[in-house]
Design a protein. Structure first.
Length: 716
């Protein structure tokens, strides 16, 4: 007589549930899937999509077999191919610089961990050390910049001092790096785990390809890269004119990347950012391990993060969200291991402060970390100490805000001080009408349950790439039931803490509704649900478990957004295409040749401050709600700024009425695609810069408005 194993029966039922939910999600997302499959066909090349897709599938199967049968040989082959592409794309020098900076970051993080924990680190903690090092370096650079101590000589002295003091740890850290590399390829995973890992490797490799070319993304060209560059050139952090309040609160990570620009220019920034992004995946795996996850839990969590478009796209875009995810996941991993070593909680506090200083929305992870601290039974005294250590990376930025923006919580809180500061004066361009207030909308409780589905299934409402979390996150909610009742309640509390503020933010109109801002907390969600789901399905064993695992993979890749730029990026790297050729894809790039350094430029729908050579640039996209503004009053606002050049993007429809109101004031200078460059007619008194009571601002009062000329560029 056979005896049925209740646990095995329960896991089979959960596996069947996963399969059914996967099918429902795929059916519900059918139109979206078809849209992205069509876009992938276009990316592969018209007329050759079939052959390219067949080649892609063949390579995928080859890598899958390699990971399943010979992971070390496969890893070596991918590494050699990556080195070839680095050299071929002209990034060899930047790669060497980046390797040195990562080593310096690792050494700094090791010193910080030793100082806070009171003991030297052991193996298996490389993500923690890199996270701690980048937070520490970014914070120290901010302080040194305020003291006017940033230059190549001073930074070389500091780096040499760090190496001299910690030289005894260099050999040990090198051993840990080697051990970590061996651990990645040790053993042979099960076929289903090999499938998940292959998808993760494919996404990470595509992110690597994107990092070998110039960044073409909106926010990076608008303010991240300009901030990074300006910090490197000027040796201090300064507010970007006319981007208040979009920039700041806070960007420790941009300051850290400024070190990369100073050492190797924007190519080194790209590769350093890629290294930090890859480390975020390592921190996610470490968190899963410390939560008790084993077997399939780690590759499943990595699959969730890799196929979250909001996260994976940032491997090739110089944003701060993925770095904040690294810091937050590292903080959670330290909290998960602090029961036997309470001082780990102090390092967790420092990392959490670093996450908040990198991206304000990291604070959405507060309740999740607090729940983890409760499970580890932290005393009130230790919890208070954690908060003190969290303040270390934050306090310098509070002081910076107070000094430069008029209030220590600017721009997300304004008691009436910031509007009197120069950051909101005419020097910074047109301001929103203060009489306008956001429409009041009551909280609709039902909407809180609809938001995740809207983000997943209606991506076209929110953007092409960063408006949703993908589909696997919806399926992995089932994993919450894999924990006991108390932990499940804590999880719901943490999730509600993230969703409810996000709902309010989406309705007040003051913050762009982009799910990208949830990326910092997504690794925590992925780790928690992956561990629970692996438990519920008995590690996806048996036929039903294997079917559930394949269903999860199908849901993960159903929206192939991370793959859309891959074919182009591969061709660029393989052929060694010049960065100048890549930048030609920006419709405005060739127009900058018509702009002089002493021009005063107004952007209408434009965003590329990074390549614009003018000293003075104001942007009417972020701060100005054009559709609600009287064109005649608007003209009276920008005339005192001395604007003599306007770059108009015809694809920004909100600016059309404003542009049309200029009438015959503009003389066409150049155009390309949707970008049009105009010069203000100096003969028209109703158009020329005003000489009235509002004087044109002095460039010296706009420290961050100057783009570098040839003589300003650092030696690379």
């Amino acid at each position: 007589m056979s005896v049925t194993n209740p646990a095995r029966t329960s896991s089979a039922r959960v596996s069947v549930l996963v399969v059914v939910l996967s099918l429902l999600i795929l059916i519900r997302a059918g139109r979206l899937i078809l849209m992205y499959v069509n876009r992938l066909g276009i990316a592969l090349g018209s007329g050759r999509a079939g052959g390219a897709l067949a080649a892609l599938v063949f390579v995928f199967l080859l890598v899958f077999l390699g990971i399943a049968k010979a992971p070390r040989i496969t890893a070596a082959a991918i590494g050699l191919l990556s080195l070839f592409l680095i050299v071929r794309s002209g990034n060899a020098a930047a790669f060497a610089v980046t390797a040195g900076l990562v080593g310096l970051t690792l050494l700094a993080g090791d010193a910080v961990a030793r100082l806070i924990r009171g003991k030297e680190t052991e193996g298996g903690e490389l993500p923690i050390l890199i996270a701690a090092g980048s937070v520490a370096i970014g914070t120290v650079l901010l302080v040194l910049g305020e003291a006017h101590l940033i230059n190549r000589l001073s930074l070389l002295i500091i780096a040499a001092a760090l190496v001299g003091v910690r030289r005894g740890r260099i050999g040990e850290l090198a051993r840990q790096v080697a051990d970590g590399a061996r651990a990645l390829t040790s053993g042979t995973p099960r076929p289903i785990e090999a499938l998940w890992i292959t998808i993760v490797v494919a996404v990470l490799f595509l992110g690597f390809l994107g990092a070998l070319r110039p960044d073409l993304s909106w926010d990076a060209l608008s303010y991240h890269l300009p901030q990074i560059r300006d910090f490197a050139l000027k040796g201090r952090v300064e507010p970007l004119p006319n981007l208040y309040p979009v920039t700041y609160l806070w960007h420790t990570y941009d300051t850290y990347l400024g070190l990369g620009y100073l050492a190797g220019g924007d190519r080194a920034v790209r590769l350093l950012h890629l290294a930090i992004g890859l480390t975020a995946f390592g921190a996610t795996a470490l968190l899963v391990k410390r939560l008790g996850g084993a077997g399939s839990a780690i590759p499943l969590a990595l699959l969730a993060v890799a196929t979250c478009p909001s996260a994976s796209v940032q491997l090739m875009e110089t944003y701060v969200d993925l770095a904040a995810a690294l810091f937050l996941a590292a903080a959670a991993a330290e909290l998960a291991a602090c029961r036997r070593e309470p001082r780990r909680a102090l390092l967790a506090g420092f990392l959490f402060g670093g996450a908040a200083a990198a991206k304000f929305f990291s604070l959405l992870g507060t309740v999740g970390l607090a729940a983890l601290a409760l499970r580890r039974q932290l005393s009130l005294r230790t919890a208070a100490a954690v908060l003190l250590f969290a303040a270390i990376p934050v306090i310098p930025w509070l002081a910076w805000n107070q000094k430069h923006l008029g209030f220590f919580l600017a721009p997300y809180a304004d008691p009436g001080k910031a509007h009197r500061h120069e950051a909101s004066s005419p020097n910074y361009g047109p301001r929103p009408d203060p009489r306008r207030t956001p429409p009041e909308r009551p909280l609709e409780i039902a909407r809180l349950f609809v938001i995740p589905f809207d983000l997943a299934f209606h991506v076209s409402r929110f953007g092409k790439s960063d408006g949703f979390t993908g589909l696997l996150g919806l399926l992995m909610v089932v994993g919450a039931w894999g924990w006991n009742r108390k932990v499940f309640v804590l999880f719901c509390a943490a999730a509600a803490f993230a969703v409810v503020p996000w709902y309010f933010a989406s309705n007040v109109g003051s913050i762009a509704y982009s799910n990208r801002y949830l990326v910092p907390v997504f690794p925590l969600f992925a780790a928690f649900t992956a561990v629970g789901l692996a438990r519920l399905t008995d590690d996806f064993r048996g036929r039903t478990g294997g079917t559930a695992a394949i269903s999860a993979a199908a849901v993960a890749v159903a929206l192939p957004l991370p793959f859309l730029t891959g074919p182009t990026d591969l061709r660029i790297a393989w052929k060694g295409v010049s960065p100048e050729v890549v930048l030609q894809s920006l419709p405005d790039y060739t127009l900058w040749k018509q702009v002089r350094r002493d021009d005063r430029v107004l952007f209408l729908g434009e965003h590329d401050r990074y390549h614009c050579p003018a000293r003075f640039v104001v942007n009417d996209v972020i701060l100005h709600q054009a559709r609600d503004v009287d064109p005649s009053r608007w003209a009276s606002e920008w005339r005192p700024l001395g604007i003599n050049v306007i770059l108009f993007r015809s694809d920004w429809r909100d600016a059309q009425d404003l542009f049309d109101s200029l009438g015959d004031c503009l003389q066409p200078a150049a155009s390309r695609s949707v970008a049009r460059l105009y010069r203000v007619d100096p003969r028209r008194t109703d158009c020329a810069p005003s000489s009235g009571s509002s004087p044109a601002p002095n460039e010296s009062s706009l420290p961050n408005s100057e783009a570098p000329g040839e003589e300003d560029k650092p030696t690379r």
